[in-house]
Design a protein around this ligand. Structure first.
Ligand SMILES: Cc1cc2nc3c(=O)[nH]c(=O)nc-3n(C[C@H](O)[C@H](O)[C@H](O)COP(=O)(O)OP(=O)(O)OC[C@H]3O[C@@H](n4cnc5c(N)ncnc54)[C@H](O)[C@@H]3O)c2cc1C
Length: 393
């Protein structure tokens, strides 16, 4: 069996172009804004620059203006984009828009693609994805879904409360998961709805203050209060929402890993530059054994994460579910990226916690990744169950 991990030449070229664009154009903007874009002008200027550089929307099909990369191609390019917190926003591959584009490409009807996917892929609008609910509703266990959608003449009426809905403020539409049959706790019975932002019964209740700040638009609590939508708002088939969520979540888990791996590399670069330059106790930090161990452990975590991501992407590209491999890659990478940024900060000493480098910002940004897209404990539980089931067969 031969194993060839080299990207094909077109992907390699796009990855190099992305790396150059991120270093020359995006990083200076990131440093100027402390890693957090808070205005539409920052977003649109970066996206225009990405279009000009020929690196915009690498994931979307060419008919929607993208480069049509498969998951393995995305792994290489997204990592380069992720080298800056603002790289994914510039390329229009940030969460949740990137995952929503992936879902719409696969599930949406042709007229829904024109109305929602086309402007989203062009960066003309943003979107959000509303699944999680305050307790006792959906979280690690999506089956707890409590938001309901009832049939009304010509459409559906949605009632429920969501929270941690990234980017909902300013999004043109939200993909809302609601229960159309069964009860909270049932494994089926969910449907996805496309809800336009101007629906008066979808109310943005508040911005939730969080550790992280870089995901554009913040995290919102959203109330669906007798929110009526037409039949044409149903995304895919009624009662198939949980199945579609897997279509979105497996790849979205991997693309988060790819982007955060870029930040891990950036952190390592900052730490290694400092270790080469800073002298204490008569030697450079880079010549002290315990610092060398941290640098080496960072390299090991980065390389292992990349290998696990590629393995999972290969399975997804083959059309396999990738349930086990994406869970393994997500759990490992989310924890590895945290370790890398934490070690990098340690190597830099007080500089690491200062605003003079962005390591403190990165640490805050990567921590929630051990919770969203499935907490580490949920994935470990699911991984172990699959192993035990397979062994019992
Ligand atoms: C920054 C951020 C952005 C987010 N963006 C979105 C978004 O855009 N849209 C959206 O719908 N949701 C979003 N979420 C929500 C996210 O998907 C949920 O937080 C996640 O699914 C976990 O659900 P929960 O917070 O309700 O935790 P809970 O379900 O209450 O779980 C709490 C803890 O229980 C433990 N646990 C879980 N499963 C097991 C198990 N099997 N065994 C033992 N322990 C376990 C874990 O430690 C877990 O952290 C976001 C969350 C964050 C933090």
């Amino acid at each position: 069996m031969s194993v060839d991990l080299a990207p094909d030449p077109a992907v390699d070229t796009l990855a190099r172009r992305t790396a150059t664009f991120v270093r020359e154009v995006v990083v200076p903007v990131e440093e100027r804004h402390g890693g957090v874009a808070r205005s539409e002008s920052v977003r649109t200027n970066l996206q225009r620059a990405a279009v000009d550089a020929g690196v915009f929307a690498p994931h979307v099909a060419p008919e929607y203006g993208g480069h049509g990369l498969d998951m393995r191609g995305r792994a290489v390019v997204f990592e380069e984009a992720g080298y800056s917190l603002l790289g994914p926003l510039a390329l229009n591959i940030a969460a949740p828009d990137e995952g929503n584009m992936h879902l719409l490409e696969i599930i949406a009807a042709p007229e829904q693609k024109e109305r929602y996917l086309r402007p989203l892929a062009a960066g003309a609008v943003r979107s959000s994805f509303a699944m999680t609910e305050p307790a006792p509703g959906a979280g690690s266990d999506p089956a707890a879904l409590a938001t309901r959608a009832e049939r009304v003449p010509g459409g559906w009426r949605i009632d429920g409360r969501k929270w941690f809905i990234t980017g909902a403020d300013g999004a043109a539409f939200t993909i809302c998961m609601a229960r159309t049959s069964g009860r909270p706790g049932d494994r089926g019975g969910a449907t996805m709805f496309l809800v336009d932002a101007d629906n008066p019964r979808m109310k943005l209740v508040r911005h939730i203050e969080t550790l992280d700040e870089s995901l554009y638009g913040g995290h919102l609590e959203v109330l669906f209060d007798g929110c009526v939508v037409p039949d044409s708002a149903v995304l895919g088939e009624v009662d198939e929402g949980f199945r579609y969520a897997q279509v979105r979540l497996g790849p979205a888990r991997m693309t988060h890993c790819m982007r955060w791996l870029g930040i891990a590399r950036r952190s390592q670069d900052i730490a290694v530059a400092r270790a080469n330059q800073r002298e204490i106790f008569g030697s450079r930090l880079a010549d002290l054994g315990m610092v060398q161990a941290m640098i080496a452990d960072n390299e090991i975590d980065i390389a292992a994460s990349r290998a696990l991501i590629l393995q999972a992407c290969w399975e997804l590209d083959l059309g396999r579910s990738g349930a086990q491999s994406t869970a393994i890659a997500k759990t490992f990478t989310a924890e590895a990226v945290w370790r890398v940024v934490d070690r990098a900060l340690q190597i830099c000493g007080a500089l690491g916690v200062s605003g003079d480098v962005l390591l403190g910002r990165y640490l805050r940004e990567v921590r929630p990744f051990r919770i969203y897209d499935g907490p580490s404990e949920t994935h470990r539980w699911a991984i172990a169950q699959r192993v035990a089931r397979a062994a019992a067969r």
